[in-house]
Design a protein. Structure first.
Length: 170
């Protein structure tokens, strides 16, 4: 007679570490923090510049930089200088650096470079635009907004310039 309550036990297999290992190898990209790193505003000819009747002429300079911080963290910085001129007189000069810390892990060097050169600036730039617009308007100048940037084209142009300057040094 067999016992219908008898159980067949199979030995428990040890917990698999494969899912945890696979999880730790997945690509990782996280925004940790966005911050205004540096900002300077000058209106050297105020208050007289507010009486100008000439149309303002705006000049822009824009660049990016990055710094590896360790532990898969990188700081990406966008630096922007805007100069507003009325004829030969400077209406205002504003320089700002907007930065962010990103966590980037388990990606190839090529993917990492693209993230730092295109994706990260795309995320940081709206913060810079808003800060500059607010600062300029609060300084009693007409509303001002930086144009949208094609960060992929900006990155490719910067890479071409690096390659060109590297070729001329040799």
């Amino acid at each position: 007679m067999t016992d219908s309550n008898s159980k067949t036990e199979t030995p428990a297999s040890p917990p698999s570490s494969q899912p945890a290992a696979a999880e730790s190898q997945r690509p990782l990209f996280n925004l940790q923090r966005v911050y205004l790193k540096d900002c300077s505003f000058e209106a050297p000819h105020a208050p007289h510049i507010f009486l100008e009747s000439q149309e303002p002429r705006l000049e822009f300079q824009l660049d990016t930089a990055e710094e590896e911080l360790g532990n898969n963290l990188v700081e990406v910085v966008i630096r922007c200088t805007v100069t507003c001129r009325f004829g030969e007189r400077v209406g205002f000069l504003v320089e700002a650096k907007e930065a962010a810390i990103f966590e980037i892990a388990n990606v190839s060097d090529e993917q990492r470079a693209l993230l730092k050169g295109i994706t990260c600036p795309t995320i940081v730039y709206p913060y810079l635009r808003a800060n500059l617009s607010d600062l300029i308007q609060r300084s009693s100048f007409p509303p001002f907004h930086l144009a949208e940037i094609n960060w992929e084209a900006f990155y490719q142009q910067k890479q071409a310039q690096k390659a060109e300057s590297g070729a001329t040094r040799q």
